[in-house]
Design a protein around this ligand. Structure first.
Ligand SMILES: *Cc1c(COP(=O)(O)O)cnc(C)c1O
Length: 449
């Protein structure tokens, strides 16, 4: 695929990040007493939301609902910020639906997609008028009963799996032949069954696909969208009217974790879709997208104080306060999820010095708790800060409660000529809260049982 000429917006975000880390240290947001925080670059998030909207506006005049996959960043103020930028919410659990509602996302801008919706969840969504994509035959049968028993404004669709194959990360590839998601279109008899399902249900008006997240090449994503579009055309032709009026093409734009460059861009993907699936953009279909990681990843930074340093077997090791609790994927699958680390000194200034390969370790009590292994960096010293970059999605907002480490505070920042302003996105968890969450009020429950 030809990557068009794209501006490299790298430099500006790096300067903002450096300014924010320095200010966080100077203002005492992070330090000896609070050795771990996470930062979100609000201007960066706004820019990504704008880039997404304009990328699709450039290729189509059809109505497009961009629904942020809440899974990627389940933080109410972030959902509200995205809402202000014209982005809705894709939710996949009662919790995510509640977060979207708390952020003020309207039902008309919300899409429910989970593979294990209970009858109560379905009834609730239909009562609110939220769009629902059924995952499987049994769920469609539940919708039959619900639609028959009460009128609903919910647009209803069916998730299909074009079974076009995996990307480079198996755990995130949803379009494999045996994926747990949707109806596998290439399975024996499945296509005919799907067509009949639409013929039998005049209220079924959407097709949904999401071919996977990080690791799926753009071409494969476009193939999945094309297969879904072609199925919609076939169904509408069989029915003799445009019963399917909206296509939900999922999310999954990969993120570059190797440098500050934002690539691929939404514009590149939208143009590829326009080339590969031109019918998508004629206005015959409304569109829904469900991007998650690509809206937030580059705009998040974990800042962890270096508590101690040592060498072991000749390897320099920095022991920091960020590990599996904020970077579970990287710690457990480092080959699939390498992170860039930036070194800052005790005053929060970018650290200078020759690059020395070293391990950046976390606080958890198991050997694999490393943010980076043998990573070349200016040699970290106690009191310095290690920053894990590109962690705005699926990292610090996805706390893993190992070793009862508290959830760190998350702060949004904006930079001006006068300095850096911080706003609390999530309050740091206290140890008392952690005790309560861990059964504290049931302390004696097992005494006499
Ligand atoms: C996870 C998911 C998304 C978002 O994927 P990203 O890779 O974060 O863009 C979108 N749609 C569905 C159905 C998902 O499961």
């Amino acid at each position: 695929m030809a990557i068009g000429i794209e501006a490299n917006p790298g430099a500006e975000p790096v300067a903002r990040r450096d300014q924010a880390v320095r200010a966080a240290v100077e203002q005492g947001l992070v330090g000896p007493a609070d050795p771990l925080i996470a930062l979100l670059d609000i201007a960066g998030i706004r820019a990504s939301a704008g880039a997404l909207r304009s990328a699709f506006a450039e290729v189509t005049a059809a109505p497009v609902l961009h629904a942020f996959a809440v899974k990627a960043g389940p933080l109410v103020p972030v959902l509200r910020l995205l809402r202000q930028e014209g982005i809705g919410a894709e939710v996949a659990s009662p919790g995510e639906l509640a977060l979207a509602a708390a952020a003020g996302v309207k039902p008309a801008h919300t899409v429910l997609d989970s593979p294990a919706k209970t009858p109560a969840e379905l009834r609730h969504a239909l009562a609110l008028g939220i769009a629902v994509n059924a995952d499987n035959r049994q769920e469609l049968a539940r919708l039959d009963a619900l639609v028959g028993s009460a009128p609903t404004r919910s647009p209803l669709g069916l998730r299909v799996n074009p079974q076009i194959g995996a990307g480079s990360i198996d755990a995130l590839s949803t379009a494999t032949p045996t994926s747990k998601f949707g109806i596998g279109l290439r399975d024996e008899g499945a296509r005919a069954w799907v067509i009949q399902a639409f013929l039998d249900r005049p209220w079924l008006t959407r097709l949904h696909t999401h071919t996977g997240s990080q690791g799926i090449p753009l071409e494969l994503m476009a193939q999945g969208v094309r297969a879904t579009y072609e199925l919609a055309e076939e169904i509408n032709a069989r029915i003799g009217r445009r019963q399917i009026d909206t296509l939900d093409i999922g999310g999954g734009l990969p993120v570059n974790f190797a440098s500050d460059e934002e690539s691929p861009t939404y514009a590149t993907y939208a143009r590829l879709l326009a080339r590969e699936v031109p019918g998508l953009f004629t206005g015959a279909y409304g569109l829904v997208t469900e991007f998650g990681r690509s809206l937030l990843a580059k705009h998040g930074t974990i800042v962890a104080r270096v508590e101690y340093t040592k060498t072991s077997g000749g390897r320099p090791i920095a022991i920091t306060h960020a590990g599996a609790q904020v970077a579970a994927r990287t710690v457990y699958a480092p080959a699939s999820w390498p992170l860039r680390i930036a070194a800052y000194d005790a005053k929060g200034r970018p650290k200078a010095g020759p690059a020395v390969p070293q391990d950046v370790a976390g606080p958890a009590c198991f050997a694999g708790d490393l943010l980076a292994e043998n990573h070349p960096l200016p040699l970290l010293e106690p009191g310095d800060y290690a920053a894990a970059l590109d962690t705005g999605a699926y990292y610090f907002a996805h706390h893993y409660a190992y070793n009862s480490l508290v959830r760190p505070g998350i702060y949004g920042f904006s930079t001006t000529a006068d300095g850096v302003r911080f706003a609390t996105v999530r309050t740091p968890q206290t140890v008392d809260e952690l005790v309560t969450e861990s059964g504290g009020e049931h302390a004696r429950a097992l005494d006499g049982i």
